[in-house]
Design a protein around this ligand. Structure first.
Ligand SMILES: [Zn+2]
Length: 53
């Protein structure tokens, strides 16, 4: 699977992949990871991403 967290693909995402993280509420941070919050998948920042198994 191609990475979507690096390079020019970020430019093509909405807001260039940046926004406000719903967990830590930092603004203009890169939202790169899917996070399932009570059934709703949201993008979260690197710090809040689910830990790798
Ligand atoms: Zn966060």
């Amino acid at each position: 699977m191609a990475t979507i967290t690096r390079g020019k693909v970020l430019r093509e995402l909405s807001s260039r992949g940046r926004g406000t993280c719903p967990l830590c509420e930092r603004t203009r941070i890169k939202l790169l990871y899917d996070y399932d919050i009570s059934g709703v998948v949201k993008k979260v920042c690197k710090n809040c991403r689910p830990k790798k198994l």
